[in-house]
Write a protein that binds this ligand. Structure first.
Ligand code: C5P
Length: 223
């Protein structure tokens, strides 16, 4: 018999980087591979959830059993997430660009002899915070990620409060670890009742274990 503890539940997962245009041919991006977010989406679908995966550009195949919405910018990601509501579960694993270029050019910026252009940046919407504070439309369980380079649990605990989400999955991305782009992940899961350190494992295994924890939460709610 299939193990489908999340059947009847709707889940939204964000994954990958965002691309923020500078002009029609250039953009600002980051090194997110999308591996962790895609693995979570796939694992939730395997447990029976109806999953919408909102993803920035990655080299990954669409995970089986998920409805995939491809976006490029943070603002497109937010719009796609809002369109996916209502959901029971939201997992924000995307590496959303904090800033976008203000006043992007419709034409390719030229080397006109006047020296390099200066880019002025403006803040992007915070999708995790928006979903966490969405009032009656707030998903029952909102999970964010935190990439930190030291004092991982302390910073992630503060981030959990600041964003208003329920759980934070925190990883150490200090120099020498290969979390960004790599196959493995070492995480701490922070909830209202404290932090739990998980051993280093593949991102697929982190996705599977997180999906199991989510399923357990809906069976016996934890803080
Ligand atoms: O604030 P910081 O970027 O460190 O927070 C990381 C968490 O917030 C991740 O879950 C990420 O997906 C989410 N985030 C977001 N929208 C942003 C910035 C971060 O959803 N603009």
């Amino acid at each position: 018999q299939a193990h489908t503890p999340l059947s009847g539940k709707r889940a939204l997962v964000t994954s990958g980087p965002t691309h923020e245009p500078i002009d029609p041919v250039r953009y600002i991006a980051n090194r997110s591979s999308g591996k962790q977010g895609h693995a979570i989406a796939e694992a939730l679908a395997r447990l029976g959830a109806a999953v919408t995966l909102v993803s920035g550009p990655t080299r990954l195949p669409d995970p089986p059993g998920c409805a995939v919405v491809a976006i490029e910018t943070a603002r497109e990601m937010l719009a796609a997430c809002e369109a996916a509501l209502p959901v029971d579960i939201a997992v924000c694993a995307a590496a959303v660009a904090d800033w976008r270029v203000a006043g992007t050019s419709d034409r390719k910026l030229k080397k006109d002899g006047g020296g390099p252009p200066s880019l002025s940046l403006t803040e992007n919407p915070d999708i995790l915070a928006t979903l966490s504070q969405a009032g009656p439309r707030r998903p029952a369980l909102v999970i964010g990620f935190a990439a930190e380079t030291g004092d991982v649990v302390a910073y992630a605990t503060a981030k959990r409060a600041r964003k208003g989400c329920d759980w934070i999955v925190a990883n150490d991305v200090s120099l020498g670890t290969t979390t960004f782009g790599g196959a493995d992940n070492t995480v701490h899961v922070i909830r209202a009742d404290g932090a739990e350190a998980w051993p280093t494992m593949g991102k697929d295994a982190v996705g599977a274990r997180l999906a199991e924890a989510i399923a357990a939460h809906f069976q016996t709610p934890t803080p």
